[in-house]
Design a protein around this ligand. Structure first.
Ligand code: ADP
Ligand code: MG
Ligand code: MG
Length: 252
């Protein structure tokens, strides 16, 4: 098992948001997490990322057999956990290239591999750009400064390719992703899928899942997973919305 979340409970500002959430992810699996606004989806992503404003009050999270909750965010990243919104801050004056070279070398150090110097990193980055069929222009800009929504997405995918994580968690919030950005994210995920690498894709967008075709789909409601299924669940939700599932859950 790559990720094992058991009975996870978490609060923010003394308000309980996650109320006993369990999910297991094996290597190579793609899981989608859907659910109505306010269900706790972003909270789950943030808790897994180790963001400090969230307090875990019960439950456990194992990543590759280790206690994830015991690690600081940087350690989680070095061990192969990637959060697509992990580096949202703008850093004027620091090139994206230097920033990513440092991040990649931190992961390599953890794995006992030698650091990449500027020239090696350029080569490595070039390979990834070709793999993703992207332009290299973002590398020479300051980190996230003045990036458009589409450029941020492109950079997320590029960072993911560079860091070669074991588990990628993407939180696609409901704010303004156009069809091109959805395709970009989907193509990125599809080209970075390997038999070992897993994904958790948090999204409101059924359309994104049509492109990605997750192996498992979970509905999160009121801090818990209330229904899990295969890809067919996406279309069930498309037809009936969340109301049926929530009602079944409340009756049970
Ligand atoms: P989702 O991503 O599913 O829309 P969130 O995880 O963002 O849901 O939010 C879950 C609940 O936590 C919501 O009720 C939201 O109002 C509350 N919440 C989120 N962030 C904070 C915060 N910083 N302070 C207080 N409550 C918050
Ligand atoms: Mg929300
Ligand atoms: Mg959210």
């Amino acid at each position: 098992m790559l990720l094992k979340v058991e009975n996870l409970q978490a609060e923010i500002e003394d308000k309980q948001i996650l109320k006993g959430l369990s999910i297991e992810v094996k290597p190579g699996e793609v899981h989608a997490i859907m659910g109505p606004n306010g269900a706790g989806k972003s909270t789950l992503a943030s808790v897994l990322a180790g963001r400090e404003d969230y307090e875990v009050t019960a439950g456990s999270v194992e990543f590759n057999g280790e206690d994830l909750l015991d690690m600081d965010p940087e350690e989680r990243a070095r061990k192969g956990l990637f959060l697509a919104f992990q580096y949202p801050v703008e850093i004027p004056g620091v090139s994206n290239k230097l920033f990513m070279q440092t991040a990649v070398n931190a992961v390599r150090e953890e794995q006992g591999l030698p650091a990449l110097d500027m020239f090696d990193f350029d080569e490595y980055a070039k390979e990834k750009i070709e793999l993703l069929d992207m332009r290299a222009d973002l590398l020479d800009r300051s980190v996230n400064v003045g990036f458009s929504g589409g450029e941020k997405k492109r950079n997320d995918i590029f960072q993911m390719a560079l860091l070669e994580p074991k588990l990628c968690i993407m939180d696609e919030t409901d704010s303004g992703l156009d069809i091109d950005a959805l395709r970009l994210v989907a193509n990125g995920v599809n080209s970075l899928k390997t038999p070992e690498r897993s994904f958790i894709i948090v999204t409101h967008y059924q359309r994104l899942l049509d492109y990605i075709k997750p192996d498992y789909v979970h509905v999160l409601y009121n801090g818990r997973i209330v229904k899990s299924g295969g890809f067919e669940l996406v279309h069930e939700l498309e037809e009936h919305g969340y109301d049926d599932i929530i009602q079944q859950h409340q009756e049970a």
